[in-house]
Design a protein around this ligand. Structure first.
Ligand code: PLP
Ligand code: COI
Length: 354
């Protein structure tokens, strides 16, 4: 399929790249294409960044038929590179399958993304800790109120230069273990990256923020016993020298950073167990001093140390509320590969020359 390009007439003024935060600024262009059962994906184009007109009965506005991805581009000496982009498009298609949205052609979508970034190349920030965040998303767009698998959809990619996701940067974050609300259940949409999962998490997130916590750590939705993941990242714990991360039960997002960290940790000789980890075991380890380190992994969050785990109104300080040595090593190795500053023995990066 051909990608039409309509360039913007006037380029926007760039924000101060030293004060980006997360997801507040958007580049000059976006990619958009349409789907219908009769035509398949069509009308692929790169257009000036702007509003998307939407019918008031559009499926997404009523029934939440929306999925998205989060990935990053990093500036290199001679262009830019993407971290495991096809993994993201594969996961987008897994989410699409769950929500009865149409699948995309992964290679074509990557090609469209690369074309878009080339056009907005000067929006990729270069200083340490910054990158160009990429948000592909798709929504069901039937102009009718019937509840059924959609016949029409829209796929968009927008780009946002970002700094650190957490205001804390690489300082440890404070996490509260949620006892009341649940994010997802097995058989539901937890493994899919769909907007509804995040909508369901807002109430607990708001309560957490009011108490001074950065994010919520979710327990499983059935027994409320097992650790699942944090609002925007998967979690890992070093207990008695072993690395433990919740097994992908169907209600946890299969994070690409998680998968990459597991590969790195195994290659360094660590025992990594993907298994059920009960909150009692975790808190027990925090109390008896065997919980050495805790961290989250995610595209936006990268590798984020967890310094405080609150459960049932009690704070449990991890690693003296400092970044632990293994968390630091993971952060350094991962970002070294992502920023193109270290060798990429796994072949994870897709390099693009400008
Ligand atoms: N879990 C949730 C709920 C997320 O939103 C994210 C972010 O994408 C992750 C985990 C981490 O996934 P990834 O490493 O693919 O970014
Ligand atoms: C990401 O890490 O890409 C995410 O999607 C997290 C988020 C901001 C919801």
């Amino acid at each position: 399929m051909e990608i039409k390009v309509e360039q913007c007439k006037v380029r926007k003024e760039k924000p101060d790249f030293s004060k980006l935060g997360f997801g507040k600024y958007f580049t000059d262009h976006m990619f958009i294409m349409q789907y219908s059962d009769t035509e398949g994906w069509h009308d692929a184009k790169i257009v000036p960044f702007g509003y998307i007109p939407i019918h008031p009965a559009s499926t997404v506005l009523h029934y939440g038929a929306e999925i998205f991805e989060g990935m990053k581009a990093y500036k290199t000496a001679d262009g830019f590179q993407l971290f495991r982009p096809l993994e993201n498009f594969k996961r987008l298609n897994d989410s699409a399958e769950r929500l009865c949205l149409p699948k995309v052609d992964e290679e074509f979508t990557l090609k469209a993304l690369i074309e878009l970034i080339k056009l907005d190349y000067d929006w990729i920030p270069e200083s340490v800790g910054t990158s160009l965040y990429i948000r592909p998303f798709m929504f069901g767009n039937d102009e009718s109120l019937g509840v059924h698998a959609v016949h029409n959809a829209t796929f968009v990619i927008i780009l946002s230069p970002v700094g650190s996701y957490y205001a804390e940067g690489l300082s440890p974050v404070k996490i509260i273990i949620e006892n009341e609300d649940v994010r997802a259940v097995r058989g539901g949409t937890g493994y899919a990256k769909c907007g509804g999962n995040y909508a369901a998490s807002m109430r607990a997130g708001k309560r957490a923020a009011e108490k001074g916590f950065s994010q919520v750590l979710w327990l499983d939705g059935v027994e409320r016993k097992y650790i699942e993941e944090v609002g925007a990242m998967n979690v890992m714990f070093k207990i008695n020298g072993e690395i433990i991360t919740p097994v992908l039960t169907g209600s946890v997002l299969p994070g690409i950073t998680r998968k990459s960290c597991i590969e790195m940790l195994k290659s360094w000789g660590y025992k990594v167990s993907e298994r059920l980890l009960s909150v009692d075991e975790l808190i027990g380890a925090a109390e008896n001093g065997t919980l050495d380190e805790a961290w989250g992994t995610g595209t936006a969050a990268v590798v984020s140390p967890i310094g405080n785990l609150n459960y049932k109104d009690k704070n449990h300080i991890v690693s003296d509320n400092k970044i632990g040595p293994l968390t630091q090593k993971l952060y350094d190795e991962l970002t070294g590969i992502q920023w193109g500053l270290k060798p990429d023995p796994y072949g994870w990066c897709v390099k693009v020359k400008m």
